[in-house]
Design a protein around this ligand. Structure first.
Ligand SMILES: [Zn+2]
Length: 502
C-alpha cells in the first residue's frame, strides 16, 4: 500500500507536492536500523494524523539513510556510544513540545497544539534528516558529541542542516522544482530554507524574537567571528554563539560550495546539480572525518576538505576556498602538511587497529610539558590522514572548573579536547599542528557554558524543571522544554554532560 509522503516540509508542498509512494523497505539485519513504535499498516493517511506522522517520519529517516549511504557506503552500525548500535528508536511523537532530538538512543519528534492546529516536528523531512545527520556524524566522530567547545557543537548542528540539504538535493523532483525557482541556487528558495513549519510554530508559540522563530537559511551572508566575542543569544537574524545560530556560518560555506561546484559544470541542469551535491557531500564527510578537533573547527574541516579534494585531483579547489572565504574563513592548507616542531621519541607507528594506537611515553611526556597538561594525564588517540601524511591525533582532555560561571555550577567541571597531531619526520616524532593553548581552551569553555546558561540549556533539576515547563501554557510561553545538558556524577566528580542534540 502506498503512503502519503511530504518530500521537504509541510510548508513547502506548493513547491514539491506531497507524493503517493510505496514505503521504503525496512533495514535488513547487518544494517543500522530503527525500532519503530506500533502503527497501523501503510495506507494513505491524512497529514496531521498519528498514522501519517509515523509513516512520514519513517520514510524521511530511511530517505536520509539512503542519502548517507550514496555518499559514504553501507551504514552497518550507529555510533559506538549509542545505547544499541544496531537500532535507534524512532519516536514519531514522544511528547508535547516544539522540538526534535538525537540522544544516542532515539530520534525523537514531538507535537504541539496552538489554537486549532497541531504541529508535528516529525512531519518535516528537513527536521527528520537534520536529526539523522547528528546520528550519522556520531558514527564518524563520536568525540564531537560531548565536547564543550562552541565550534564543535555548532559543526554538529551544521552537519544536521547539511544532511537535510543533501537529502533534499538527492531527490530528482526536488532538484527540478528548485531549478525552476532558482536556476543558479543564488536566490532564496525552499531547499536552502530549513524546517519552515517547525519554525513557524515556534514563532506563533514564543514570538518572533525567539532564536528558532525563523527557518535556518543555507543561503546566508554570515561571516565567521570568534564565538567567544559573539552575543550569547538573540533573535533569528543575529549571529550568536548559540550552536544552531553559529552553525549557520558553516552551513553557508557548504551551500556555497555546492553552488560554486554546480556553476563550474558544463550543463546547468538537474543532473549536474545532483553531481555537484554528491561531490560536496563526499568532501564534507572526508573533512569531518580527517579534521583535527581544534577550537577553530570550521577552518579545520575546511582545510581537510581542500586536502581531500587535492588528493582527488584538486578540481574544486577554487570553488571550496571561495565558498569558505565568502564566510570569513581562510584556508591556507598547504601549511597543514608541514611539520611544525620535533618532539621527543620515535616516529609514531600505525598498527592498523584503532585500539592499539598510542604514542611513545617520551613523546607523551614532551607533549604534556609543552601544553601544560598535568603529569600523567591521559590522552585518547585517533589516526588521521592529511593528504598522504598519516598522523596520530593525540587528544588531551583538559578539565575546566566552572565555579565562577554561575552559583549553580559550583564544584562542577567541564572537559574540552586539546588535539596534538603527531607524525613522523625521518625517524623522529614531530608535531603537525599549532599546539593547543590552555588559556584558549579555558576561554572557549567558559564562553560555551555562558551560552548554555543564557539559553537555559542546562537542567539543574531535570524532573522539576520539565514538570514546571510542562505546566506553562498560553500563547506567549515557550513550550521548548528539553535541555541539552545535565550535571552528572562521574567517578566522584560533578561533570557538565551533554545528553542530546536538539
Ligand atoms: Zn540539531
Amino acid at each position: 500500500m502506498p503512503i502519503n509522503f511530504i518530500v521537504n516540509d509541510p510548508l513547502t508542498v506548493d513547491s514539491v507536492p506531497m507524493r503517493n509512494q510505496e514505503p521504503s523497505a525496512n533495514r535488513k539485519t547487518g544494517q543500522a536500523g530503527f525500532t519503530f513504535v506500533e502503527a497501523s499498516p501503510a495506507a494513505l493517511f491524512d497529514p496531521g494524523t498519528e498514522d501519517f506522522v509515523f509513516w512520514q517520519s519513517r520514510e524521511a529517516a530511511l530517505t536520509a539513510i539512503q542519502t548517507w549511504e550514496i555518499l559514504n557506503g553501507p551504514l552497518k552500525k550507529w555510533g559506538p556510544q549509542t545505547a544499541n548500535p544496531d537500532k535507534l528508536d524512532l519516536l514519531p511523537d514522544a511528547d508535547d513540545d516544539l522540538n526534535a532530538y538525537y540522544d544516542r538512543q532515539s530520534l525523537s519528534f514531538f507535537h504541539h497544539t496552538i489554537g486549532a492546529e497541531t504541529f508535528f516536528s516529525g512531519a518535516s523531512t528537513d527536521v527528520v534528516a537534520h536529526e539523522s545527520g547528528h546520528a550519522f556524524l556520531d558514527t564518524l566522530r563520536p568525540e564531537l558529541f560531548g565536547t564543550n567547545i562552541t565550534e564543535h557543537g555548532a559543526f554538529h548542528e551544521a552537519f544536521g542542516d547539511c544532511t537535510a540539504l543533501l537529502t533534499a538535493l538527492f531527490d530528482q523532483g526536488t532538484r527540478q522544482a528548485l531549478l525552476t525557482v532558482s536556476s543558479d541556487l543564488g536566490s532564496p528558495n525552499f531547499v536552502e530554507s530549513l524546517s519552515e513549519q517547525l519554525s513557524s510554530a515556534v514563532k506563533k508559540a514564543a514570538g518572533p524574537n525567539h532564536p528558532a522563530a525563523e527557518p535556518r537559511h543555507a543561503l546566508n551572508k554570515f561571516k565567521f567571528q570568534l564565538p567567544t566575542t559573539l552575543p550569547r543569544s538573540g533573535p533569528p537574524a543575529t549571529l550568536t554563539s548559540e550552536i544552531h545560530s553559529f552553525g549557520r556560518v558553516f552551513l553557508g560555506c557548504f551551500y556555497d560550495m555546492i553552488r560554486n561546484i554546480f556553476q563550474n559544470s558544463s550543463t546547468l541542469d538537474e543532473a549536474a546539480l545532483y553531481s555537484a551535491a554528491q561531490t560536496a557531500g563526499k568532501l564534507l564527510i572526508s573533512g569531518a572525518q580527517q579534521a583535527a578537533i581544534s577550537p577553530r573547527f570550521f577552518q579545520s574541516v575546511g582545510r581537510a576538505i581542500v586536502i581531500a579534494d587535492q588528493t582527488a585531483g584538486g578540481t574544486n579547489h577554487q570553488a571550496i576556498s571561495d565558498a569558505f572565504s565568502a564566510h570569513g574563513i581562510l584556508l591556507g592548507t598547504m601549511s597543514a602538511l608541514m611539520p611544525k616542531a620535533s618532539l621527543a621519541g620515535p616516529a609514531p607507528r600505525f598498527p592498523g587497529k584503532a585500539k592499539m594506537l598510542s604514542l611513545d611515553s617520551a613523546t607523551l611526556k614532551d607533549i604534556r610539558r609543552r601544553i601544560e597538561a598535568p603529569a600523567g594525564s591521559k590522552f585518547s588517540f585517533q589516526e588521521l590522514t592529511l593528504g598522504d601524511q598519516e598522523v596520530v591525533e593525540a587528544t588531551h582532555h583538559r578539565e575546566v572548573r566552572l565555579d565562577q560561571d554561575s552559583k549553580e555550577l559550583k564544584g562542577v567541571v567541564a572537559y574540552a579536547p586539546e588535539p596534538v597531531l603527531v607524525g613522523g619526520v625521518l625517524k623522529s616524532a614531530a608535531v603537525f599542528n599549532m599546539l593547543p593553548d590552555p588559556s584558549t581552551t579555558e576561554d572557549e569553555v567558559h564562553a560555551f557554558v555562558d551560552t548554555l546558561l543564557s539559553n537555559e540549556n542546562i537542567s539543574f533539576d531535570s524532573k522539576r524543571r520539565v514538570a514546571k515547563a510542562a505546566a506553562i501554557t498560553g500563547p506567549n510561553k515557550s513550550p521548548l522544554k528539553y535541555t541539552t545538558h545535565i550535571i552528572k556524577l562521574i567517578r566522584g566528580k560533578k561533570v557538565l554532560t551533554r545528553v542530546r542534540y536538539l
